[in-house]
Design a protein around this ligand. Structure first.
Ligand SMILES: Nc1ncnc2c1ncn2[C@@H]1O[C@H](COP(=O)(O)OP(=O)(O)OP(=O)(O)O)[C@@H](O)[C@H]1O
Ligand SMILES: [Mg+2]
Length: 281
């Protein structure tokens, strides 16, 4: 897939430069309202509302099959909502009609909007035949159509920041899982996203490499990157997220301040779920 610069390619690093202090201004980057999604006649999201403000870190927790990946996939246009709306930076990509049915903007608008967000998966999803360097620089050059010198500068900075110096010419199978995940984070950041989504970024990693990736995410949070993180690392979610949403059965059961949700959950369902965690289940 190599298209030239779509119209409306966003300004670089607005999220990174906005700062968590700006959270108080409540400027929404992402707004999802009334999200409903079915697969093959089975409804798996039953009306999700989720707003993420600039500089905010939102954790999504919940049992397997509760719809965490599905809401991320809908937010990042990998899946389409059946009902509800999706809006980035005040610009609606999908609106809900009178009966709630979603209607999406045209393909060109959606393609351009993809530059607004980055997605980091559990299994890295790197291009296996591309070097580290090409994995990071390919989309900024060929999808966003940015200037080569600028992209190379950004890539160099990210390689340093992610501790990948000297590995530029390696292909993914020559790297550890932790290194591959750092390439995948660098690749997402190279697009200057306004918001970064993580879907269980550490669940394929051993504890040491998990710590390494959690540190990278903590550093991004300290730089006020706007992020949504699906994770089973409860202590991490509690510390790094501003807000946590607990999902179960395709709905957000409870949402609130990260420490409150983890330390003093209000709903019985949340208590049971978190209880299983502290019991080591
Ligand atoms: N492409 C698909 N086709 C059919 N069903 C799907 C598809 N994707 C997800 N589902 C179903 O939707 C429900 C929610 O799945 P989802 O992957 O969002 O859960 P999850 O909370 O991310 O779970 P996990 O913690 O195991 O990753 C599940 O019942 C799943 O089987
Ligand atoms: Mg999932």
């Amino acid at each position: 897939m190599s298209e030239n610069a779509p119209a409306g390619t966003p300004q670089p690093t607005s999220a990174a430069s906005a700062g968590r202090a700006a959270t108080g201004t409540d400027v929404p980057v992402l707004q999802i309202a009334g999200a409903v999604k079915s697969f093959g006649g089975t409804e798996v999201l039953h009306g999700i509302d989720l707003t993420v403000n600039r500089g905010e870190v939102v954790g999504i927790i919940g049992p397997s099959g509760s719809g965490k990946s599905t809401i991320l996939r809908c937010a990042t246009l990998l899946e389409r909502l059946d009902r509800g709306s999706l809006c980035y930076d005040g610009d609606y990509l999908a609106t809900a009609g009178q009966d709630g049915t979603s209607s999406y903007r045209d393909a060109k608008t959606l393609r351009a909007a993809r530059s607004k967000f980055g997605l980091v998966f559990q299994n890295f999803n790197l291009f296996p035949h591309y070097t580290v360097w090409k994995n990071i620089t390919d989309a900024p050059l060929h999808v966003q159509g940015r200037d080569r010198d600028e992209v190379e500068r950004v890539a160099q900075d990210l390689i340093r920041k992610m501790g990948l110096d000297g590995r530029e010419r390696a292909v993914p199978c020559e790297l550890s899982g932790g290194q591959q995940q750092r390439v995948s984070i660098a690749r997402a950041l190279a697009l200057n996203p306004h918001i970064l989504f993580f879907d269980e970024p550490t669940s394929a990693l051993d504890p040491e490499l998990t710590g390494e990736i959690l540190k990278v995410i903590r550093d991004l949070a300290a730089e006020h990157m706007t992020m949504v993180i699906v994770t089973h690392e409860m202590a991490f979610a509690r510390d790094v997220a501003d807000r946590i949403a607990f999902m179960d059965g395709g709905v957000i059961v409870e949402e609130g301040d990260a420490r409150q949700v983890v330390d003093n959950p209000r709903r019985e369902r949340t208590k049971t779920f978190l209880g299983k965690f502290t019991d080591g289940a």
